[in-house]
Design a protein around this ligand. Structure first.
Ligand SMILES: [Zn+2]
Length: 90
């Protein structure tokens, strides 16, 4: 992997975090819609459930260090440095 300059790592990480937040909000809304559609006994519930899983997987796959590709796992937005390569993320 070609080296990235420290500033663009931070920019990439900031973009990643804002995407992750958007996805989280979307998942909350979908979760709410899922509960509503369950109460309404709507067929939409299955579609919404699938969308939730897809979004969850997508957000997990994206949650990586912009520098080395290390998966951050369950560490969330308070990350300051990559646990593997130590690059500054903020
Ligand atoms: Zn890293």
């Amino acid at each position: 992997m070609e080296p990235i300059d420290p500033e663009s790592v931070k920019t990439e990480f900031a973009k990643l975090v804002s995407t992750q937040k958007l996805v989280a909000i979307l998942m909350l809304v979908l979760g709410f819609a899922f509960i509503l559609s369950l109460f309404a006994a709507s067929d939409l519930a299955i579609l919404i459930f699938i969308a939730l899983i897809v979004l969850g997987v997508y957000s997990n796959l994206r949650w990586r260090c912009p520098e080395c590709g290390q998966w951050f796992g369950r560490r969330f937005f308070f990350l300051e440095n990559c646990p593997r390569c130590g690059v500054e993320l903020r």
